[in-house]
Design a protein around this ligand. Structure first.
Ligand code: HEC
Length: 98
């Protein structure tokens, strides 16, 4: 029980912690894995200024692997990244960097 409440506290506390820094990427669920998977070769600005549907992001990840030498993502990370990108960097470009 003590252990459980400590875990709950840790979750609540993490939620209230100061925003982590993912550069230009919006700090929402999925930002961390996106940031660390994608900034090895280029700035996150190239991502933040893009606005694509989920399908086109999926195609872009294939292109990143086949043509640009990105390590293939595991399925779980790929889903998280695609959810993140298509939510925050879709065609309406809600987070276009200024
Ligand atoms: C292994 C290196 C590497 C990794 C890792 C990588 N990229 Fe790239 N990416 C590139 C290169 C190289 C280019 C530039 C290609 C060009 O313009 O010819 C690029 C270009 C891009 C572009 C611009 C495409 C355009 O139309 O101009 C976007 C968006 C992008 N990457 C997104 C991502 C995302 C999202 C991830 C993480 C899932 C990622 N990249 C990971 C190498 C990488």
């Amino acid at each position: 029980m003590l252990r459980l409440s400590a875990a709950v506290f840790a979750i609540l506390f993490a939620g209230a912690a100061p925003a982590a820094d993912y550069g230009l990427l919006v700090n929402e669920p999925g930002a961390e894995v996106t940031y660390y998977s994608c900034i090895q070769c280029h700035s996150e600005r190239i991502i933040a200024q893009q606005g694509l549907t989920r399908d086109r992001w999926a195609d872009l990840l294939v292109w990143m692997v086949e043509e640009q030498g990105m390590q293939p993502l595991d399925e779980e990370d790929r889903e998280i990244i695609l959810d993140y990108l298509s939510t925050h960097y879709n065609t309406d470009r809600p987070n276009f960097p200024r």
